[in-house]
Design a protein around this ligand. Structure first.
Ligand code: GTP
Ligand code: MG
Length: 620
């Protein structure tokens, strides 16, 4: 049996390769309206009209065959057959953006010159039409010498034609494989660019000056003052929405968990097993899951900003700030993805060409406030920061939350500044990123994006978080104090004793025993802190605790300075095993993850202490 033919999707960043890949294979690869979304190869299966199966790979976007960053290297190695563990593709689908033809044709010409069978997907044909650009695919095909098919990946237009053409070129019996013509491969960039422009002109039938509302939008979005203002307004609205719109659904989820817990208590006699189910699993997992609405609201904002094309504008605005601390403009998007989770953020640093630049970005990425901190922040802020309005529509809780996010960003900038002058010394490179076109986000894409986040979150709640909570529950429940003992069950337990031993080390920064108890299991994943507090209080109050009442318990047991210290700890502390693991993988060793963990713990301790003593000093 021969293996299925291998076809690779290649082209410039943001041409729509992943959108096409998803449409052809039914996969759900992330698409986003900015360059550098895909940084690894992904593969899937595609069925041709004649029933043959083809292995399709989606590759990271590249600008040319001379890679300037690790993700582009993957692309070059795959199409030249030098990637280890990967055979040379049998054909290429070269994806070009019809509305940005001369830029994209440059790379297309290099790819065609490799000599592999090629189909060109003239993608984003709808955007070209919107911009008043009329193209002639047949003319383009004649100029390039390969078949060309207009496509609109996101509306599944042109897919059937594409598959037919593909069927024609992936012929398993093709005995002769064209030899690369060294013509365009050896051609210098200027000649190549000139040829690309000529071909684009030849294929253009008409270019009507379209409405340039995008430009009008950009004159505000990219304005040095108005643009920054707009960015802050957007962020501000986002954090207010997290609190206002998220609160009611969060309470609804909490009351469902309470109801289930009540039901278990009604049908089961009081036993260790019942305590495991109610105090351990339901209290722990419920405490985390209730934050799902807030996390989804935050992601909805981020997804809309990504899909609309605004993110790259924000990156451009921040470029000057980034450069002043020695980070490259390209670091913006990895850092921004780290607001979701540092793991994909650190992986997307592969789009940064300079090694020192890239390392600095990796080292500061965990300072961006990831979504795992959201439950912790929301719980503590909700419990201890008064729900007052500073101004109409401006809630204090949302402001404090925004403040914590800003603290993380400022922390990252300061650390980057210091690192670039010490351990990762070097010059920073400038901003080089194409501005994507503005687009209305598609509901389907948003839904898929939200769904995949919800899946990741719930999976974590069901695995890592449930597991650590069960272990913690066991450590908190045994041994049991003898009947009539004055010592509380938690203090008598193994976990309580461990926490009481460690607690003195944390007393200078205002942490109480409950916090220390929550902190230890939260080393695995941050949300566990919330789950752990849920379990601690459930056991401590002999099951009287409920999800909906957790905030009240915190309110009575924690002082404001302690709460602030706790929040500051979470801004900085490196409590995430996955982040450490991905840093090891991306830096090929333990040196940098160890450095990262060390400096972050030091910062966390200092910041928490400073917050605690400052709050006491101000008499809070
Ligand atoms: N209007 C329109 N938008 C498209 C089309 N194809 C893709 N898009 C959008 O263009 C953006 C980029 O698409 P992706 O599929 O992520 O691009 P990519 O080529 O995989 O980009 P990288 O992974 O960064 O190399 C996304 O916002 C898509 O929704 C199209 O034919 N028409
Ligand atoms: Mg992609």
């Amino acid at each position: 049996m021969t293996a299925a033919p291998l076809v690779a999707l290649v082209g410039n960043p943001n041409a729509g390769k992943s959108a096409l890949f998803n449409a052809l294979t039914g996969a759900r690869q992330k698409v986003g309206n900015y360059p550098g979304v895909t940084v690894e190869r992904h593969s899937g299966k595609l069925t041709l009209p004649d029933g043959r199966i083809v292995d399709l790979v989606d590759l990271p976007g590249a600008y040319s065959l001379e890679p300037s960053s690790p993700d582009e290297r993957v692309t070059r190695d795959v199409v030249t057959g030098t990637q280890t563990g990967e055979r040379l593709p049998d054909a290429l689908v070269v994806v070009v953006d019809a509305s940005n033809l001369d830029n994209h044709l440059r790379f297309a010409l290099q790819l065609i010159a490799l000599g592999l069978p090629v189909v060109v997907a003239l993608n984003m044909f709808d955007l070209a039409e919107r911009d008043g650009l009329t193209l002639d695919p047949l003319k383009l095909s004649a100029e390039l010498g390969v078949p060309v098919v207009p496509t609109v990946a996101v509306r599944r237009r042109g897919l059937d034609e594409l598959k037919i053409l593909l069927g024609g070129i992936v012929d398993a019996d093709a005995a002769i494989r064209l030899r690369p013509s060294n013509h365009a491969i050896g051609e210098d960039i200027v000649t190549l660019q000139r040829r690309a422009r000529k071909i684009a002109q030849a294929a253009t039938v008409e270019e009507a000056p379209a409405r340039r509302w995008g430009n009008a939008l950009d004159s505000v979005a990219l304005h040095p003052v108005l643009g920054v203002l707009l960015l802050f307004v957007i962020l501000f609205v986002m954090f207010q929405a997290v609190f206002f719109a998220g609160a009611a659904p969060a309470e609804a989820i909490a009351s469902v968990f309470d109801a289930v817990s009540g039901l278990v208590k009604d049908v089961m006699p009081d036993s260790v097993l019942r305590s495991l189910i109610t105090d351990g699993i339901i209290a722990g997992v419920g405490a985390v899951v209730k934050f799902l609405p807030q996390i989804l609201i935050m992601f909805l904002f981020i997804l809309v900003l990504e899909a609309s094309g605004y993110m790259v504008r924000a990156a451009f605005l921040m470029d000057r700030v980034m450069a002043s601390v020695g980070l490259s403009g390209r670091a913006f998007i990895p850092l921004l993805s780290s607001f979701a989770c540092a793991v994909p953020g650190i992986m997307s640093t592969r789009t940064i060409d300079d090694e020192k630049d890239r390392l600095t970005t990796i080292l500061v990425a965990p300072l961006m406030t990831c979504s795992a901190r959201l439950p912790v922040y929301t719980l503590v802020i909700g419990a201890l920061i008064p729900n007052t309005k500073v101004l109409p529509f401006v809630g204090l809780q949302g402001l404090v939350m925004l403040g914590l996010y800003i603290m993380g960003v400022v922390g990252a900038f300061v650390v980057a500044f210091v690192l670039r002058r010490t351990v990762t010394k070097g010059a920073s490179s400038g901003f080089m990123m194409e501005m994507p076109k503005y687009q209305l986000p598609r509901v389907r894409d948003l839904a898929i994006g939200l769904w995949s986040r919800a899946e990741i979150f719930l999976k974590r709640a069901g695995t890592t978080i449930a597991f650590t909570t069960i272990v913690l529950w066991a450590l908190l429940s045994f041994p049991k104090p003898p009947e009539g003992s004055p010592v509380s069950p938690v203090n008598y337990s193994v976990a309580g004793r461990i926490a009481n031993t460690i607690e003195p080390a944390f007393r200078p920064i205002g942490f109480n025993r409950d916090i220390v108890l929550a902190l230890i299991p939260a080393m695995a994943a941050r949300e566990v802190a919330v789950a752990a507090l849920g379990t601690v209080y459930a056991i401590d109050t002999a099951g009287e605790q409920s999800e909906t009442k957790m905030a009240q318990t915190l309110h009575t047991r924690w002082s404001l300075p302690t709460a602030l210290a706790f929040l500051m700890w979470f801004v900085f502390a490196p409590q995430c095993i996955s982040t450490i693991a991905v840093t090891r993988r991306e830096t090929n060793g333990w040196k940098w993850p160890a450095f990262m963990v060390g400096y972050l713990f030091a910062l966390a301790y200092i910041a928490a202490g400073a917050a605690y003593w400052a709050a006491i000093g101000f008499g809070l």
